[in-house]
Design a protein around this ligand. Structure first.
Ligand code: ZN
Ligand code: ZN
Length: 357
């Protein structure tokens, strides 16, 4: 069954007779299109891939499984959508709630006979189970991310600013044909107590934790890796916190077996931190789905009922963040196999003390 057919099958269960897909990542996954603008109108047995004249040639080359319709000035996307919904005879159309409210108002004004129904998670649950081809793409993104980290390690020393480290990461990844999957976290010293700190002009000092969280986006797929280093000299406090996060991270990766509930993996980590009095210093979830976007569908957290299945790709990223001192996060990307988790990145995760040169 093709991806388009798999979504068409789910349409019936969603209680609509058509689906308008506007999320460009869903569109890319469904059809292979890599451009930035398209809509797909699906009915249970047909549909159309709609784009504008900037992408006519590209869409004809790339799009699989749907007829391509492109439009040009003075026609607008609204004109084409009105025609295509009338042609397909759909009246109850599902749409992705991520659409802007203003856009939805334009649709409802232009197509008064259509009953619009927000539908969540029609395409995304299918995207959660990756093919081997997709897993290989994520593995390549991870390899580039590992290489960037090995490269940037050489410039890390006291006196270097977070900005410089962030730029070095970006240069390296772009030079190899990738892009940043997201704005990197580069956080030294007390900044590392902020889980999503962005780089600042702060210069590294001996005794800092330095957390780097970044990923390459390569061939349409993302990596997401975090490592925390110590600069110059580690105290027993550094070692204790790092050791606890590492132990929890390794145990969580081992627990990611098919049939397990992700909520229980998250709870195991929180219990481990709690035993040592660190529970209050871990505020975010344990991990998230990873794929065409860095936060793909799926969360490992206390509030999500999340069955773990073969073919899913997850990040596992526990952290402990102590205000005024610093924080540690260790993040790997894993694919769930029959026998357990396979880690897709290679960069070591034992405590590394980078020399104060
Ligand atoms: Zn990350
Ligand atoms: Zn992450």
């Amino acid at each position: 069954m093709s991806r388009v057919e798999a979504v068409q099958e789910r349409l019936r269960d969603a209680g609509v007779d058509g689906l308008l897909i506007t999320d460009i990542d869903n569109i890319g996954w469904l059809t292979g299109f890599t451009g930035s603008f398209a809509h797909i109108l699906l009915s249970p047995d047909g549909g159309a891939f709609i784009t504008d004249s900037r992408y006519t040639i590209q869409a004809e080359e790339q799009v699989r499984g749907l007829p391509v319709r492109s439009f040009r000035n003075p026609q607008t996307i609204l004109d084409v959508l009105s025609e295509e919904t009338a042609r397909a005879g759909v009246h109850r159309i599902g749409f992705e709630p991520s659409i802007a409210f203003g856009t939805w108002q334009k649709w409802t004004d232009a197509m008064p006979g259509v009953n619009w129904q927000p539908v969540t998670d029609v395409v995304e649950p299918l995207r959660m189970i990756k093919t081997e081809e997709e897993i290989d793409a994520i593995r390549r993104a991870c390899a580039l991310t590992d290489a960037a980290l090995t490269h940037v390690e050489r410039v890390i020393q006291p006196g270097v600013s977070e900005y410089d480290i962030g730029l070095e990461i970006e240069f390296y990844i772009r030079r190899q044909g990738g892009k940043l999957a997201f704005d990197p976290v580069v956080a030294g010293g007390e900044n590392s107590a902020r889980p999503h700190a962005r780089a600042t002009e702060r210069k590294l000092q001996v005794g800092d934790f330095l957390t780097l969280d970044f990923g390459a986006l390569l061939d349409g797929y993302c990596a997401d890796l975090t490592r925390t280093f110590v600069i110059g000299e580690a105290t027993p406090r550094h070692e204790e916190i790092y050791g606890l996060v590492l132990e929890a991270q390794v145990a969580a990766v081992e627990m990611m077996m098919p049939g397990v509930n992700g909520r229980d993996v998250d709870a195991m980590v929180r219990a481990k931190f709690g035993e040592k009095g660190y529970a209050e210093y871990f505020g975010h979830g344990l991990g998230h789905g990873l794929g065409r976007v860095v936060h793909d569908l799926g969360r490992l957290s206390p509030t999500t009922d999340q069955p773990i299945e073969v073919g899913q790709v997850w990040t596992i990223e526990p952290g402990i963040y102590i205000p005024g001192f610093g924080g540690v996060r260790i993040e790997d990307d894993i694919v769930v196999r029959e026998g357990g988790a396979e880690i897709l990145n290679r960069y070591p995760k034992d405590l590394r003390i980078l020399p104060a040169r």
